[in-house]
Design a protein around this ligand. Structure first.
Ligand code: XIL
Length: 304
């Protein structure tokens, strides 16, 4: 195989990229997107602030542009994301009664998933609901504060009813180390959901790596332990700071870890060329600013 998407497809997986609607008019960007990737994740366009900036008024224009680009080329689409504390409009964080937060959350899930019903391969239903550090506690947010722990379960149940064909994922960062407190907390939640029949199909490991949070030595074991709960694992926002052969080695390890676990079903990198990365000062992606393939690209292609 000569492209990332084709190489991943040899083992039944996808290889995707986060895509921004405002770059879809750039010919180099689109050339590489269409050549290399068979899945897309809208980088910001499906977030709450973009899709429901004021209560009950929905705007899907930019997300629709990405969806139609992907659909026209047979690419899968990951929906990102429905319930998250960040990029959340002020009207939601300002809601003060539990009933209000509950109806806003469920309506948002129903409207956004309903708009895209049948088109989305996997949805990140809830994003980043746990705190960093050793507590394993839930992150404070308007959802946690007003609804308590049960909001995550409620979001997944609502999501299943809204689009029964989409895989429903819990997505987070710093849950890559098999033994970290945050990982254990997410693991325990997923185990509980599976044991009680709460609908969850996948765990998304964002996998943003840098010198402060490198690829853990037990990364493959971590993927394996989630898979053993009966959910798929997807690597959803991969980027790795660095350059040259060190960066390439780290990318290779991530790809090899996913390929070693049959329920690790796909990998998404969080952007295409380095200069469009959210890590604006870094070089964490597979293509340089001139869209040349980096050593990390060659390592990934060879490992797939
Ligand atoms: C980032 C986008 O890449 C940026 O463009 C935006 O300004 C902030 O959000 N975890 C997530 C993603 O789940 O949605 C975030 O994306 C990166 C961290």
């Amino acid at each position: 195989a000569s492209t990332l998407g084709e190489a991943a497809a040899q083992s039944g997986r996808y290889f995707g990229a986060a895509v921004a609607a405002n770059h879809l008019g750039e010919s180099q960007y689109v050339t590489v997107l269409n050549r290399e990737f068979n899945s897309v994740t809208p980088e910001n366009e499906m977030k709450w602030d973009a899709t429901e900036p004021s209560r009950g008024s929905f705007s899907f224009g930019n997300a629709d542009r990405i969806v139609s680009h992907a659909q026209g080329r047979g690419m899968k689409i990951r929906g990102h994301t429905l319930v998250w504390h960040s990029q959340l409009p002020g009207w939601v964080s300002g809601l003060s009664s539990a009933n209000d937060v509950r109806s806003a959350m469920n309506n948002h899930i129903n409207q956004v998933m309903g708009h895209y019903r049948g088109k989305i391969h996997s949805w990140d239903v809830v994003n980043e609901a746990f705190q960093d550090g050793s507590s394993g506690a839930r992150r404070q947010s308007v959802f946690q504060q007003r609804l308590g722990d049960g909001y995550i379960e409620e979001a997944f149940r609502t999501a299943r009813a809204a689009d029964s064909g989409a895989k429903l994922c819990y997505n987070d960062y710093n849950i890559d180390d098999a033994n970290a407190a945050k990982t254990r907390a997410v693991y325990n939640m997923v185990r509980d959901f599976k044991s009680r029949g709460v609908p969850i199909d996948c765990v998304g490991l964002q996998s943003h790596f840098n010198s402060q949070s490198p690829v853990p030595s037990n990364y493959q074991q971590n993927i394996q332990q989630f898979a053993a709960l009966g959910v798929d694992v997807q690597i959803t926002e991969l980027d790795i700071e660095g350059s040259g052969s060190a960066q390439a080695d780290n990318y290779r390890r991530v790809v090899q870890a996913c390929l070693a676990v049959s329920r690790c079903t796909g990998i998404t990198v969080w952007g295409i060329p380095d200069h469009y990365s959210w890590r604006s000062s870094g070089t964490p992606l597979l293509f340089d600013r001139n869209y040349n393939k980096k050593p990390a690209y060659d390592a990934v292609l060879a490992a797939l």
